[in-house]
Design a protein around this ligand. Structure first.
Ligand code: HEC
Ligand code: HEC
Length: 146
């Protein structure tokens, strides 16, 4: 019975979400990378972007996010192992919000988001995707603050 349950929920997970996002549950990643913003799912970027980002943490979007070397290496491995290499990154950008799939889906909200103090920036996924931290980007769980 247990086996059946597990395989059924696996199937449900795979089909529920076109982005098939594994949870960002790595404790070290949660501890070190989710204090200023949510723990962005590793599958939101490809390997090249994570590699580039993780090799320049002292200059991380205008802030110093540097870590001990061992932690940096462990987090980098976790991110790369769970990245999505089919995501294109033609410009060598590292921001999720600059990726073609993202801008395609979100640019129409950008101006409004930047003016709204409840959102501020499109990087603030949880302002609209209320369960983004639970890997849920389903359209049923999008609320754009007024
Ligand atoms: C000291 C605060 C701080 C820490 C710690 C931090 N970040 Fe950031 N991060 C930022 C800021 C600020 C931005 C830019 C957000 C924006 O553009 O509005 C950012 C942006 C990002 C983005 C791009 C989001 C976008 O806008 O597309 C990713 C991905 C990211 N961080 C990953 C990480 C990872 C991985 C770690 C841990 C190694 C980390 N961050 C730790 C402050 C931090
Ligand atoms: C201003 C509100 C807002 C913000 C902020 C926002 N989104 Fe979205 N996002 C939307 C809307 C609206 C859609 C389209 C919903 C739909 O029609 O499926 C969407 C669609 C998506 C989709 C596609 C879902 C699918 O199945 O096609 C993903 C993935 C996504 N957003 C991730 C993110 C991530 C990651 C962030 C933060 C880096 C973010 N979003 C920030 C409003 C927002």
């Amino acid at each position: 019975m247990k086996k059946i349950f597990i395989s059924l929920s696996l199937v449900a997970c795979i089909y529920a979400d076109g982005f098939s996002m594994p949870k960002a549950t790595n404790p070290l990643y949660q501890k070190e990378c989710a204090s200023c913003h949510m723990a962005f799912q590793p599958s939101l970027l490809n390997q090249n972007s994570w590699t580039k980002m993780m090799s320049n943490l002292p200059n991380h979007f205008g802030v110093d996010a540097s870590l001990e070397k061992v932690d940096e290496q462990a987090i980098k491995k976790y991110l790369i192992d769970n990245s999505k290499n089919r995501l294109k990154n033609p410009s060598n950008e590292i921001a999720i919000t600059k990726m073609p799939w993202f801008t395609h889906e979100h640019n129409r909200f950008k101006e409004k988001a930047n003016k709204n103090p409840k959102i501020k920036t499109l990087s603030n996924c949880m302002a609209c995707h209320i369960h983004a931290d639970k890997n849920d980007y389903d359209e049923d769980n999008v609320r754009i603050p007024k």
